[in-house]
Design a protein around this ligand. Structure first.
Ligand code: OFO
Length: 165
């Protein structure tokens, strides 16, 4: 059984994952509208992954006899100032999510909730991968450069980002 504090934190996390998914969908739209089709596909995929994270937390609460709450997601922005800004915000988003999962783990450690801690390990591995991909995408802006056909090259390389652990 989950303590009410842990259950609340996980329900908040469900909302954050749903929010992440919606942000990525919006990024996919922006990239597509500006001709960055590989990046658009990349963000579509990220949106699906966040949805999967949301459901994983959701089912965990139910498996543990708690009440999973279907979140309301609002305030998703539509416009970005630049191609680079999209990726800067994607990296910030991942770092925030990692921090948020760490806070759940800190609470679980205090309560000796080893079952939830073990469940969270999957997410820590996932966040390592997610942060890597977001950081790698942003690095492309510096290593390739945005001048000339740079943005076109960056977009193409975003389509090839893979994580090898
Ligand atoms: Fe759900 O991990 Fe990314 O944000």
């Amino acid at each position: 059984l989950l303590s009410s504090d842990v259950e609340t934190l996980i329900n908040q996390q469900i909302k954050k994952e749903a929010h992440s998914s919606a942000i990525y969908l919006s990024m996919a739209s922006w990239c597509n509208r500006h001709g960055y089709d590989f990046s658009s596909d990349y963000f579509f995929k990220q949106a699906e992954e966040e949805r999967a994270h949301q459901l994983k937390f959701y089912k965990y609460i139910l498996d543990m006899g708690g009440t999973a709450i279907s979140p309301e997601v609002t305030n998703i922005k539509i416009e970005y100032n630049s191609f680079r800004e999209v990726f800067e915000e994607a990296l910030d988003q991942e770092i925030n999510i990692t921090q948020s999962i760490k806070s759940i783990a800190a609470r679980c450690t205090k309560e000796q909730d080893y079952i939830t801690l073990e469940f969270l390990n999957w997410f820590f591995r996932e966040q390592r991968e997610e942060e890597y991909k977001a950081r790698r995408a942003l690095e492309l802006f510096d290593v390739i450069g945005e001048e000339g056909t740079g943005k076109w090259q960056i977009d193409k390389h975003v389509g090839q980002i893979a994580y090898n652990s």
